[in-house]
Ligand binder design. Structure first.
Ligand code: NAD
Length: 511
């Protein structure tokens, strides 16, 4: 094994393997990145930057296995995913532990991360219905038209750090159940969960070479954007990376779907159920330490709801900050010291620009975890739309609070923000909710639901600055993304029929 330098000592340190052609193999690279436990900053593993040669053998393995996998019957593919969903269910605790260790989120939240991905895997088991084509008989005399949905080839996924299970599970199961083979690059900060998921997929009976996993950063991303065998790329992560990947991949003729950053507004109407709303707001702003693309990071208090601020602060204060595996923890650490530094400086920018810091989590101390990347719940009020803490995605446990006189003012605030990932309105008035959902230009809307991430029979429909591409992740759109259509028009003239005598026995469909 390799060693890592931790608190002045050299300790053995496990290495993350590549997954190539059905084998978990050690990279031959000379470049390794450290993986840290965010609660302690100890190095817990190393991940390689795969060499060009290794990446080439991974994509070649995908290309070779495509011939047989794409011809495997749809029922056989369905059976593998039926076994896979059960294996994930059976191992949910182990998956959650690996997430908490590398990503930092609480164990309960990590189980939720696996569970939301599992739901997508369960949905892939309906592939026999999802992949149905269309037919139209008798276009003209004796002529029919029908379509087949077919796989497109080798597909690739590039994942972020914040959902180590859910987001990879948005990607390769949908792609592969359609008959594609898959090259995955997990986040270099949290690869362990993906490796466990790959092993389970193999145990479920997936043939060698259909899923390959490479690791790395920019070189791996560029490789995926450029390699001609790769037909489609699913990306989830920041705007900086996502816009770049969308452009570079599209320029090379690939389909790209790119889910990116967010600034999600929770609009609180004075007629809302106060108790529930405040709890939902606090949970959605500070859960997962705010490192969710659907976190409610911005509250707009409308009219009288402005007077609820002190109670909001009390509830946020009551959350317990600790390492993710500790009993009773509500808020875990941020992913890295750099992330903590960035969040702290965005909080300071709010203060410098004249906002008011109602709750400051910057100096939180967690006993026994003094080296962790902790920031406690933070609330900034009197924020205006020009301030940096409003224009930038903070991606930490920070709620910025704006005020509005009316629903219309709230709607125009939300619509003037470039992002369109998610939003929520809290109200007991149906007409208010109806107007908000109709007028607001955001792809995913919760009515008294703080984090409206759709179940996989629908699609993840972030919009505007939060998304590039034409078809969204999972649901019907996910199937569209991972398939191409062949349209057949055929004519079988009645007069060419060769059956001259009637068959009187029951047909047996070829058996
Ligand atoms: P990130 O963009 O830093 O990394 C995502 C992936 O891109 C990683 O695999 C990384 O190796 C690669 N990458 C990073 N920088 C790159 C660059 N400059 N060029 C090319 N590739 C690069 O994102 P992250 O920090 O891991 O994740 C957090 C971000 O992801 C947040 O902005 C969050 O809103 C977003 N996110 C969006 C959704 C969504 O569905 N819209 C879901 C989860 C996370």
């Amino acid at each position: 094994g390799r060693t890592a330098h931790n608190n002045g000592q050299w300790k053995p340190c496990p290495t993350t393997k590549l997954f190539i052609n059905g084998k978990f193999v050690e990279s031959k690279t000379s470049e390794w990145l450290d993986i840290h436990n965010p609660a302690t900053n100890e190095v817990i593993a190393r991940v390689p930057k795969a060499t060009q040669e290794e990446m080439l053998s991974a994509v070649d393995s995908c290309s070779q296995s495509y011939h047989s996998w794409s011809e495997t019957s749809i029922l056989a593919r369905q059976q593998i995913f039926l076994r896979y969903q059960q294996l994930i269910k059976d191992n949910i605790k182990e998956l959650a532990r690996s997430i908490t260790l590398e990503q930092g989120k609480t164990l309960a939240d990590a189980e939720g991360d696996v569970f939301r991905g599992l739901q997508v895997v369960e949905h892939t088991c309906s592939i026999t219905s999802l992949m149905l084509g269309e037919t139209l008989p008798s276009i003209t005399k004796d002529m029919d038209t029908y379509t087949y949905r077919l796989p497109i080839g080798v597909c690739a996924g590039i994942a972020p750090f914040n959902f180590p299970a859910m987001i990879p599970l948005w990607m390769f199961p949908m792609g592969m159940v359609c008959g594609n083979t898959y090259l995955l690059k997990p986040s270099e900060r949290v690869p362990a969960c993906t490796m466990l998921l790959a092993k389970m997929l193999q145990d479920a009976g997936m043939p060698d070479g259909t899923l390959n996993i490479i690791h790395g950063q920019h070189d791996a991303v560029n490789f995926i954007c450029d390699h001609p065998a790769i037909k489609a790329i699913s990306f989830v992560g920041s705007n900086q990376a996502g816009e770049y990947i969308y452009e570079r991949g599209s320029k090379n003729g690939k389909r790209v779907q790119s889910n990116m950053g967010a600034k999600n507004h929770g609009v609180v109407m004075p007629d809302a159920n106060k108790e529930t709303t405040l709890n939902q707001l606090v949970g959605a702003a500070f859960g997962a330490a705010g490192q969710r693309c659907m976190a409610l990071s911005t509250a707009i208090l409308v009219g009288e709801a402005r007077s609820w601020l002190p109670e909001l602060v009390d509830r946020a204060k009551a959350l317990r900050v600790n390492a993710g595996d500790q009993a009773g923890v509500d808020v875990g650490p941020l992913i890295s010291p750099q992330a903590k530094e960035r969040v702290n400086s965005l909080i300071q920018s709010g203060v410098d620009e004249g906002a008011q810091l109602l709750l400051d989590g910057r100096n939180v101390k967690v006993q026994g975890y003094e080296n962790g990347n902790f920031v406690g719940p933070t609330i900034i009020c009197n924020v205006t739309p020009q301030m940096k803490c409003y224009t930038e995605e903070i991606f930490g446990p920070v709620l910025v609070v704006l005020e509005a006189e009316s629903l219309d003012d709230a709607i125009s605030l939300v619509n003037n923000n470039p992002y369109g990932n998610g939003t929520a309105i809290f109200t007991t008035n149906g007409a208010t909710a109806r107007k908000y959902t109709h007028k607001v230009d955001v792809g995913q809307i919760g009515v008294n639901v703080p984090i409206p991430v759709p179940l996989p029979m629908f699609s993840f429909t972030g919009s505007r600055g939060s998304f590039r591409g034409d078809t969204n992740f999972y649901g019907k759109q996910g199937i569209q993304f991972y398939t191409q259509i062949k349209t057949v028009t055929s004519q079988w003239k009645a007069e060419d029929s060769t059956v001259k005598t009637p068959a009187v026995s029951m047909p047996t469909m070829g058996r």
